[in-house]
Design a protein around this ligand. Sequence first.
Ligand code: NAD
Ligand code: UDP
Ligand code: UDP
Length: 324
Amino acid sequence: MKETHCKRILVTGGAGFLGSHLCEYLLNQGHDVLCVDNFYTGTKANIAALLGDPQFELMRHDVTFPLYVEVDEIYNLACPASPIHYQHDPVQTTKTSVHGAINMLGLAKRVKAKILQASTSEVYGDPEQHPQTENYWGHVNPIGLRSCYDEGKRCAETLFMDYHRQHKLRIKIARIFNTYGPRMHPNDGRVVSNFVMQALANEPLTIYGDGTQTRSFCYVNDLIEGLVRLMNSPDELTGPLNIGNPVECTMLELAETIIELCGSRSNIVCKPRPSDDPERRRPNIAAAESLLGWQPSTSLREGLMHTIEYFRLPRFAHRRAAAN
Ligand code: NAD
Ligand code: UDP
Ligand code: UDP
């Protein structure tokens, strides 16, 4: 349903996986959307369908540099999200989270915009509490290979809370748990895209470790609905709020489900486990359920079917052929 009041909304990282879905959702609600992206991991293909919309504007810009625009709301999503990408240039990853947050908060302060931060379940590190609730402070290695991402995001949360307390900014912090769906990068190393590409190519699915580690996967449409509800919630609700799907599965179960849904002849091989790879992860979403009236509604099988359909598109055929 379209909203009657048209807002000017900035989405940083808008050409990425989640950002492109968010831009589309906000345009469908009747808003003006400014997508800011430096195309580090995002692509023009992700937003190609939006370019003809007069309410959509695209700006190539790196959020580590100041940005002067006039907007009513900011969704700050800019940051590479997959371990391969964020570890490729770790210094830039921390700069994007920290300098990016400072610039977007400075912008929000000047124009009095409401601002939402895409934080992450990685702020909990390799958690000692399970499932994770928002009041858990986390178990993070500050000097490991994942730290550029985890600590960058933790510092961004600190900045958001301090701009809120010190400058009375209207802020929202969403702690996003593993999300999947169409427009995931086919080779960013994340487990769902890896497994689907491998299964479609009838190649072995690569499980890191013995496959007993768990994650809880949220379908992208559910996630976007949660983010928008948080943004539209009363000002007192700043979060951090967990947004994710609490249905937990092992990587072995995920691999078997994807092989079945793809009708694939693939088998499974085990590879070494990356360092600092969390053992279990599952959100407690009681707060989002009661405060936003939100919960995910797409089952893993249904979401995987949409994702598999996307990776069957002709534009990925050469990657599947190369893998054969
Ligand atoms: P993505 O890599 O597809 O998107 C990130 C976007 O940010 C890309 O378009 C990239 O080009 C852009 N970007 C990166 N650095 C930038 C910079 N310095 N200036 C401007 N643009 C820049 O990742 P995603 O999965 O869409 O994640 C979006 C956000 O959600 C990220 O902040 C990520 O940390 C967070 N998040 C995602 C997940 C998930 O499972 N997908 C989980 C937790 C948190
Ligand atoms: N900033 C921006 N756009 C604006 C206003 C500020 O990018 O419209 C950036 C600017 O780089 C600034 C940062 O946000 O350094 C933080 O702004 P703030 O007003 O909090 O602090 P200060 O200007 O004192 O550094
Ligand atoms: N993983 C795997 N095979 C792959 C890619 C990832 O077994 O081809 C595992 C990885 O070790 C981790 C889980 O899947 O335990 C989720 O990895 P991903 O990078 O998707 O997300 P994150 O670790 O950031 O939650």
